[in-house]
Design a protein around this ligand. Sequence first.
Ligand code: ARG
Ligand code: ZN
Length: 877
Amino acid sequence: QTIYRKDYAPPAYLVETVEMGFDLDPDLTRVATRLTLSRNPESDGKSVVLYGDGVQLVQLRMNGRELTRRGYALGNGVLEIFNAPEQVTLEIETAIHPALNTSLMGLYVSNGNFFTQCEAEGFRKITFFPDRPDVMAKYKVMLRADKKKYPVLLSNGNLIEQGDLGDGRHYALWEDPFKKPSYLFALVAGSLVCQEETCTLKSGREVLLQVWVEEGNLDKTQHAMDSLKHSIRWDEERYGLELDLDRFMIVAVGDFNMGAMENKGLNIFNTKYVLANPRIATDADYAGIESVVAHEYFHNWTGNRVTCRDWFQLSLKEGLTVFRDQEFSADMIGTDSGRAVKRIEDVRVLRQAQFPEDAGPMAHPVRPDSYVEINNFYTVTVYEKGAEVVRMYQTLLGRDGFRKGMDLYFERHDGHAVTCDDFRLAMADANGRDLSQFELWYSQAGTPRVKVETAYDAGQEAFEITLSQSCAPTPGQAEKKPFHIPVAVGLLDSQGLDMPLFLDGSGSAEAFTTAVLELTESSQTFRFKHVKEKPVPSVLRNFSAPVHLDIDYTEAELAFLMAHDSDAFNRWEAGQRLAMRRMLALVKTVREGGQADAGAAGPLHDAFRATLTDSRLDPAFQEFALTLPSETVLAEQLDVVDPHAIHAVRQAMRRSLAQALRGEWQIAYQANRTPGEYSPDAESAGKRGLKNLALAYLVELDDDAAHRLAQTQYDNANNMTDRIGALAALANSSAPGREQALARFYEDFEQEALVVDKWFSLQAMSRKTDVAAVRELMRHPAFTLKNPNRARSLIFSFCNGNPSQFHAADGSGYEFWAEQVIALNAINPQVAARLARTLDRWRKYEPALQQKMKAALQKVAATRSLSKDVLEVVTKS
Ligand code: ARG
Ligand code: ZN
């Protein structure tokens, strides 16, 4: 059953207060709820509509009187009370079974403790409720449980009372002073310990900060705590937004569907985004924790204080909050080159995951028009492309203009559930601009393509840039209107320096070095004056819009840009284009029966050598610049994908770069060691990144020297980044110590679930691991499909991260995929639906593989009792 955005209607009743009492027991938890409701003046409906999913209704009373089966209708997850009075008090008693809940939505048990996840529609698995985000109410929550087993009882807001109940049980009463939608409700109960600190806000108010974990993990909470404090400070400084509660809690849980959840005052996190120390966490883990802690904290304003009217507006909070966490992480690095590296990382994610989504069967607008299962729309389009859309406001309006828009947004909408249009109007009104065409970024799916043509007139000293845009059809949208696209441009002189820009018709005599051209029509020409020599244009600086850019450069121009562009993003981009061009040519050769001989890649080798040996460059930048476009990104460039040809070419290219630059890699390896105590700061992390990249290239040579280097690094590592870097290198090699290193790693870390995940994942992605080897790993005692992190570490890592093995010519990878989707479907539909998306792009593959993929999809589609999550994905494919 499909839900449409156009069918939105305000609720007939609004909820004022919610009081809940929980008698927590893993086998049978009783929930008593008292709601006060009143008719919504915005609606003329007279029915109270409540949703319930898998909950047993024990009793229902309205205004003090028990309702019999004649007083309401209950079916298909909807409880409807017809012709209800103006003011209603409902008392609802439900019974639920947390220990049997493997979906990890609603109330569930993880390692003996209770947790909740209510976004998007999990609250209805706890009780019957108008479970929709435009119903905001104040909550008071009483938790009762066995005191020994569940010494800690937490919910949203402030703790107002706690005590013993006498019979070995105790209670805690929590009150949240702010109105919130039900998806932000949370409770946690169990045996947990916390690190706590106080923090003084800008206003002088003191708040209590806590990070709750299982016993034994208190040596892994400091980084999350520091990240929280930095986030609080940053939101005050950049946006003038202060924490509105006296207490802010983060709780880590090992079984969790997503990254984390912004429940008011009680954020619940996947352990992966909380726990860190140098022994178990990599530099990437540290960075991930910092950004997810920030993301959830920032939701307190962008998501909680101002929330979404309906789930079609999800990007209102997610796109905006991702943008905010991206900016925060960039500011935490602090340097210009650090900011650029962060931007490159974010764009890599967009291209790797969102561009394919936008070009495939699940393509949808940032603000979707319909869905079957909302959980399937927590996508890279809603999150990452949504963040790009928010970033474009800032590019168009400037930082100050963007801030004005944010201020107006909160002034108008604090405490309300609103839409993406409301956000856009706040941006427009605060800046006196018409942003109506900008709406198309929300309503049209697909990645626009911008074509660049240039002409230089030496006599006139004029340089013209003509930009033309188009966008391929996506499901349900055959025709696309032109988008409003900011295109940041610079012009380089023959020395590689930025020319001063004089844009014709801009009315400004001021010279600047980057101009933001606003492309609003299908084709437009922009003219620069006083251009003394023929420039090399640098277009779409800092990736100013989420588009494909078609621009004809010669290899010499690309090498020139890679060496000189003042815009670090475009320096990186030039290198990627250079590599991409060479690799696509080689793929063609291989497809025509030739050899993947990358030996003759002269200009590419020279450009890479220049980057690798330029000591002025930031190592983190060098690492990205020297990493070839991924197999997925290459595949997206082709009409017919042959994953084996792509793999062969990328590998040949890596070997040739290893060979040609061997001496330089060795020097870089030595120069970027980080002796002494471990620190996850960006500078040291950048060095380790480049050093481990050097190691990975050297190991492509698969010789004794490289094996020894990796083995020595493994043996001497004092941190997880170096250890796993060495182990990954060994795992991809035929080093004699390979098996032993893998075995030893497991023995050393078997007590650390997050590290065991890394161990599975690294093997799943090793080029040496085929389908049979993955099946073998599934039989390992530490493997389970029930834990999402573990399932992702092995199954997802193999299906999504090991293309050459997954796409085995006999189709065994696809059969494996189908089996796992079916198995997961019975346990956890949300996780199953994620895995189901692996075959999204099946139509792009060469015919022999296509047929086998199709058969696997059909096998899943034909499975009995398929969840609507999985069904939606496979039917749309
Ligand atoms: N709002 C959370 C975040 O982005 C994501 C929760 C999504 N959960 C889900 N079951 N769909 O921070
Ligand atoms: Zn979020």
